[in-house]
Design a protein around this ligand. Structure first.
Ligand SMILES: Cc1ncc(C[n+]2csc(CCOP(=O)(O)OP(=O)(O)O)c2C)c(N)n1
Length: 618
């Protein structure tokens, strides 16, 4: 790591020659592979942007110039070059550096990202601020072709082209989202790439522009750019970006350092909205990742090898939904660019005509589901808890208000671990609980998840949300036949008299274990599996609260507005002032990154901690 070890800030790249920069690229790749192989992370996206990152930092002057990484999962080389080389081995570990850009971590991280398609909006906001204060710096948004499927990026392109602000959008096109990219825009980009005649002509013009001295009269420069435009209008299939007010350049090889540097130097001199189309290969330089970029998009610690493959909630969802769809032709499944993560790959193969990958477009996914539902279909909208935040108004206005039978399968409800605060599903119980007409369930184990899916897909009167966490599912296949659950019916799993523990979803098992621990100390604990966060089983709860006056709720959700709050509201409504309530859940802050089990333990969501809290209480 001879060269990388000497780079403490990006300004040090300016003095390196191209030979050194190429060696640096090799060293960065080696470092990324070494660290990600151990602690997990986004391997393929990062390997694909090594040259792009070096060239950006070579030409632009961060942190004065702002570089915004869309999604931010590809920012490892950027981190290595911006003062985080020494701490890079702590990537994604508890207390270590984040896997995403964060302004709290470094002044080189111009904007915090994690969710997709935000970079152009943020860049435009910064550009307006810069121009108000008459500052002088460049703003670069690096956005993938996957992220370009997200609605926000079009909203931002639309306004940028209109305001004609000076920003540079670098479209990092590897024709992949996590899986193969989808959609008409993706087809359009491929069309541009396969028009070699256009590229040849344009390269000639670039040659010309490159040779023009910077201090050239604006008239000559204007003429040169007119030539570029004229040629493009003649030869590009449709000039979509140009029509939106951007000057389009590309496509160019995103692994050719010389070309990237030369091109960045050229576009740095230009004003107005610019879109530079760069072609990269996901996983570049590491055969396994190049050959299977989807699998190596994100990998677990030790490349997932050390862990025995245990059945997850996602696996159970994946199998059950196929069983249900075999019997019911009206079931269709929707993902927003996460067929793998949400467990819909097998479904897409079995029922291609009933499967939709809408791109990174959660808002559209939900309203699209509403359209299917109002026309008699039974859409299953499988979206991670954190990404469903994007589609909140669509859930309220397009689905719940119209009482449409959409089933939301909300994976990764709770802490997800190393991806951290941008990805934890910490809020869904709170943000969904207040929406009328929505039924909210959380399964305690495998059988119950299957029953909930069965119940949801046979329920015709409105929308249903089923939320489940990341990781291993509890329980076994005990039942052959599916049971249709009575809506709003909880169950008492353990009878007791001193304290009542009410668990939500995966926390029910923790409550049962806690009750066993407490029994040894002579404390008699009742355990309730609430099953329905909404509607609440008021009858059962009223009965229990007459007998037991100490109640503890346990949920993998922020306490504010969550399930415990629902019980608090219930106690107030029913005037049960003699019942003491304690709640365990996430405090009012963004939860840091770290191993899932460690975070659960830290926030009191493991049986030993629950038992300890009860003991301290009584
Ligand atoms: C709103 C939102 N939905 C889903 C995701 C999950 N996600 C992370 S990266 C990614 C694919 C991004 O593709 P692209 O922008 O082309 O970058 P690449 O990984 O190909 O470099 C997706 C779907 C996300 N980060 N944000």
């Amino acid at each position: 790591m001879g060269i990388l070890n000497k780079i403490n800030s990006p300004s040090e790249l300016k003095s390196l020659d191209i030979k050194d920069l190429k060696v640096l690229a090799k060293e960065i790749r080696k470092k990324i592979i070494e660290v990600v192989e151990k602690s997990g992370g986004h391997l393929a996206p990062n390997l694909g942007v090594v040259e792009l990152t070096i060239a950006l930092h070579r030409v632009f002057d961060a942190p004065k110039d702002k570089i915004i990484w869309d999604v931010g999962h590809q920012s490892y080389a950027h981190k290595l070059l911006t003062g985080r080389r020494e701490s890079f081995h702590t990537l994604r570990q508890y207390g270590g550096i984040s896997g995403f850009p964060s302004p709290f971590e470094s002044r080189y991280d111009a904007f915090g990202t994690g969710h997709s398609s935000t970079s152009i909006s943020a860049a435009l906001g910064m550009a307006c601020s810069r121009d108000y204060t008459q500052d002088d710096y460049k703003i670069v948004a690096v956005i993938g072709d996957g992220a370009l499927t997200g609605g926000m990026s079009y909203e931002a392109l639309n306004q940028t082209g209109y305001l004609k602000k000076d920003i540079i959008v670098i479209l990092n096109d590897n024709s992949m989202s996590i899986s193969k990219n989808v959609g008409a825009m993706s087809n359009y980009l491929s069309k541009i790439i396969t028009k070699p005649i256009y590229n040849r002509f344009k390269d000639d013009v670039w040659e010309l522009l490159g040779k023009l001295p910077p201090a050239l009269s604006s008239k000559t420069r204007g003429l040169a750019s007119k030539i570029t435009e004229d040629l493009k209008n003649l030869l590009v299939p449709s000039g979509l970006f140009e029509e939106l007010g951007f000057r389009y350049f590309g496509p160019l090889d995103g692994h050719n350092l010389d070309l990237l540097i030369k091109t960045f130097q050229n576009i740095k001199r230009l004003k107005g909205p610019i879109l530079l189309h760069v072609l990269t290969k996901k996983g570049k330089g590491h055969d396994p990742a190049e050959n299977n970029p989807s699998k190596f998009h994100g990998v677990g610690p030790n490349m997932g090898k050390s862990l025995p493959k245990r059945e997850t909630y996602t696996d159970v969802f994946a199998k059950s939904i196929i069983e249900l769809a075999q019997k019911d032709k009206k079931i269709v499944a929707i993902t927003a660019a996460m067929p793998d993560g949400t467990g819909l790959i097998e479904f897409s193969k079995r029922f291609p005509e009933r499967f939709f990958d809408v791109g990174i477009a959660e808002q559209h996914a939900v309203t699209f589901a509403a359209g299917l539902a109002i026309s008699g279909y039974k859409p299953i909208c499988a979206i991670y808890s954190t990404f469903l935040q994007r589609a909140y108004d669509q859930v309220i206005h397009d689905v719940c208000l119209q009482k449409l039978p959409v089933t939301f399968c909300i994976d990764r409800g709770g802490v997800v671990g190393e991806d951290g605060p941008t990805h934890h599903g910490a809020f869904d119980l709170s943000y969904l609980r207040l929406v009328p007409n929505l039924i909210i369930m959380a399964p305690k184990d495998k059988d119950e998840l299957k029953d909930m899916l069965f119940t949801a897909t046979t329920y015709k009167d409105g929308p249903v949300a089923i939320r489940y966490p990341k990781g291993e599912v509890a329980g076994e296949d005990l039942k052959k036949e599916r049971t249709k659950l009575n809506i709003g019916e909880a169950e008492i799993l353990v009878q007791g008299k001193d304290v009542c523990l009410i668990g939500v979803g995966s926390m029910v098992c923790e409550c049962i274990s806690a009750s066993s621990l407490l029994k040894k100390d002579g404390i008699s604990v009742e355990v309730i599996n609430i099953r329905f966060i909404k509607p609440l089983d008021k009858k059962l709860l009223s009965g229990v609260f007459k007998r037991i006056k100490r109640v503890l709720t346990v949920e993998e959700n922020v306490l504010t507005g969550g399930f415990g709050s629902a019980i608090m509201e219930f106690l107030t409504e029913e005037e049960l002032g003699d019942v003491q309530l304690k709640r365990i859940g996430f405090p009012d802050k963004f939860i840091e990154h770290g191993p899932r089990n460690l975070l659960l333990e830290k926030y009191g969501l493991k049986s030993e901690r629950i038992a300890q809290i009860v003991k301290e209480w009584i």
